[in-house]
Design a protein. Structure first.
Length: 475
């Protein structure tokens, strides 16, 4: 049913209605719209705008309608413009003219942003739970390889030896920051807009603060104009989703490289790979590639909304209809990606021997020669030159650093005595990196243990928040 039109003498053109119609995508806001409507009815009753008898009838009809929406018994029809008009149609079909009483003191402007905040909170909490599960999977996989060496990389060139558990665990720290961002976002976004009306509040005896509390928000709006026009919470959510996507993409890139024939470090489980329609031997790391590929749409959704918001004047404008589809798509994309990537990580097996044999290649122990000289009070710039000269000699003679003779070491620098060989082992290089956060296996194990403890606590806290939200929604 139309929520407007009394002052119009001519009906809306079909093309205008088709352009304006949003119910095809905003119908997923129906559960949140019904819940915010219940809170609004309570406010109308409290302000004596509705009698208790009428309020009870409307509440009963809203709850019945919620069940019908959930079961699919009630759905939009061709004349419905958006989720709000469809649900009001359902209410008036049950109650007649009384169904329209719910519109008092509220506008679609404050209604839709309240609904969208509830949707965003619900789904960002769901994403946070999936993130903690994936973070746990990363840390558990990392714990399997704490005492296994691998070459660390910069510029995709061998750099220094690292614990492979350390290499894997780095991803858990990126997702820990994403989780922190979601928690920060929740604190900023838990603001109710209901009661702001079209833009100026209401002349009716409403209590937006009580309504906010009813809906589980931390606070009510402070400025009614800002309340209906603010979409920062959507832009921030899209930024968080885009950054999560970027971190997933980096995992995808590494897994794709490690699974290649050239690396042959990673064996991706058959359950998280696909084959080729023409080449029967192929095991393609498609989950990793899709994680890398889908990051583009997550970044694109953020840019799309920012472009929409950048020039909007004053309060509500219809441009804001474009806020929903990017958010819906980003949420759906992550809800699809995160379980698949978690499964891929949990089931991947790494070839310890191949990684170990590659660790010393590419002169990854050269820095240890420089550090050895620094330990003898040689300025690092001089030590760096000497280590580089060792590498040049090895390249010219096609040898590795440990294959240089005592005489050759001494000819490069007098302080490169035979004891330098003590640092030219991978195990020695790893165990020597004992600064906080370093790659010494004993430290890596402690880092992972601490991160797992924090991960378990955060998972429980987020699960509690999500359960509280579901209870507020009545589900």
């Amino acid at each position: 049913m139309a929520l407007w039109g009394a002052r119009f003498s001519q009906g809306i053109a079909d093309a205008t209605f088709a352009l304006s119609r949003s119910v095809d995508f905003d119908w997923r806001l129906a559960p949140y719209d019904l819940r915010s409507s219940l809170a609004h009815v309570a406010a109308l009753e409290s302000g004596e705008i509705l009698t208790s008898a009428d309020a009870a009838l409307i509440k009963s009809a809203l709850k019945e309608l919620a069940l019908q929406v959930a079961s699919g018994e009630f759905t939009p029809i061709a004349i419905d413009e958006d989720v709000h008009s469809a649900l009001e149609r359902g209410l008036t079909e049950k109650l007649g003219a009384l169904g329209g009483a719910i519109r008092a003191g509220r506008s679609r402007n404050d209604q839709v942003t309240t609904d969208l905040r509830l949707f965003a909170i619900d789904h960002m909490l769901e994403i946070a739970l999936l993130l903690t599960s994936m973070q746990g999977a990363i840390l558990k996989k990392a714990a399997e390889y704490v005492f296994d060496s691998a070459p660390g990389f910069t510029h995709i060139q061998h750099a220094q030896p690292v614990s492979f558990g350390h290499e894997l665990a780095k991803h858990a720290h990126a997702f820990a920051r994403d989780l922190d961002r979601i928690i920060d976002w929740l604190a900023r976004s838990s603001i109710s807009s209901l009661g702001a009306g079209a833009l100026s509040g209401s002349a009716l005896a409403l209590d937006p603060v009580a309504t906010a509390k009813d809906l589980g928000f931390s606070a009510s709006f402070s400025n009614s104009i800002d309340a209906v026009s603010d979409r920062d919470y959507v832009a921030e959510a899209l930024f968080i989703c885009a950054l999560i996507g970027t971190h997933l993409s980096r995992i995808g890139e590494e897994w794709t490289l490690w699974a290649s024939s050239e690396f042959a470090w990673a064996k991706v489980s058959d359950a998280y790979a696909t084959g080729s329609s023409i080449m029967p031997q192929k095991r393609n790391p498609d989950v990793a590639e899709l994680a890398r590929g889908k990051s583009g749409r997550l970044v694109g959704n953020l840019v799309s909304l920012l472009t929409t918001l950048k020039g909007l004047p004053f309060a509500y404008n219809r441009d804001l209809q474009e806020d929903k589809e990017p958010l819906f798509d980003s949420v759906d994309t992550l809800l699809l990606l995160l379980p698949a990537v978690t499964g891929m990580i949990s089931t991947t097996e790494f070839d310890r021997e191949k990684m170990k044999s590659a660790t010393a290649l590419g002169f990854t122990l050269a820095t240890d020669i420089a550090d050895y000289l620094v330990g003898k009070k040689i300025p690092f710039a001089t030590a760096h030159e000497a280590a580089g000269a060792c590498v040049r000699l090895c390249e010219a003679s096609e040898r590795q650093l440990h294959e240089l003779t005592d005489e050759e070491f001494a000819s490069i620098h007098s302080e490169l005595d035979p004891h330098v060989r003590s640092v030219l082992t991978v195990s020695g290089a790893l165990s020597s990196r004992t600064t906080a956060g370093g790659t010494a296996p004993v430290l890596v194990q402690a880092q992972i243990d601490g991160a797992l403890t924090a991960n378990n606590a955060q998972h429980s806290a987020i699960a509690g928040k999500h359960q509280a939200f579901k209870e507020m929604m009545g589900s």
